[in-house]
Design a protein around this ligand. Structure first.
Ligand code: DX5
Ligand code: ZN
Length: 217
């Protein structure tokens, strides 16, 4: 089954002093959704933005907002991100401490698309039994926390095995460019969260088109 490739610029790689303008630039460049990295300095060694910034961005764009919560105790913040306008809310299985099913139901009860994310070293077995509950599985292709890292080829087999058992959206996140996107798409990924490659490109429209060209042959 051919899935349309969706490109989600990851705003962590944007010029943070001009976030609004950067989002409009991505809209014009043909982004399908906006990937918003939320980091709390506990689950990952970095701190970024929260619900108030998501609300501000929601006011200026019609792009669907994909909130990637790299935070501890995500259940405490689902409602806030939902009310702020997030359309997808993705939590990390490693942060759910055995309550992933509850957190996913909380997201869906608010009418949002529910995503679960796996760090590179977390095996697929960690989300066994959740695949029927989620809309998206976000496979981390770098250690979470920072943009500009190198794509981890060791994650490729996980994407392949996941696509064999999951019909929903498979996102990849970290170190995505026109080469690594080709690997990920050929294994079944269809949502490309991409920061540096797009935001550092002279022509972000061409960068996004290059990623979409990786459509499974
Ligand atoms: C990493 C984030 C990714 C990353 C993407 O923790 O979840 O979204 O910032 O940035 P690049 O594409 O530069 O790796
Ligand atoms: Zn992310």
């Amino acid at each position: 089954m051919k899935r349309r490739i969706k490109v989600a610029p990851s705003v962590i790689a944007a010029d943070q002093a001009r976030l609004g303008e950067e989002v409009k630039r991505m809209e014009k460049a043909g982004a399908d959704l906006l990937h918003i990295d939320v980091m709390d300095g506990h689950f990952v060694p970095n701190i970024t933005i929260g619900p108030d910034v998501v609300r501000a961005l929601d006011k200026i764009t019609d792009l669907p907002l994909d909130a990637h919560l790299m935070i501890a105790e995500p259940q405490k913040y689902i409602r806030a991100f939902s009310q702020a306008g997030a359309d997808y809310i993705t939590v990390h299985i490693e942060a759910c401490e055995g309550r992933a099913r509850e957190v996913i139901s909380q997201i869906k009860a608010l009418g949002k698309a529910a995503g679960i994310s796996l760090n590179p070293s977390t095996p697929l077995s960690a989300i066994k039994g959740l695949l029927k509950e989620v809309d998206l599985v976000l496979v981390m292709t770098v250690e979470p926390g920072f943009c500009g890292q190198k794509f981890m080829l060791s994650v490729i087999p996980k994407i392949k095995s996941l696509r064999k058992v999951f019909k929903g959206d498979i996102g990849v996140d970290g170190g995505i460019d026109q080469d690594t996107a080709g690997y990920a798409v050929s294994c079944g990924a269809n949502i490309l969260a991409c920061g540096s490659y797009i935001f550092r490109a002279k022509d972000p429209r061409r960068a996004i088109q290059n990623l979409k060209k990786c459509q499974k042959k």
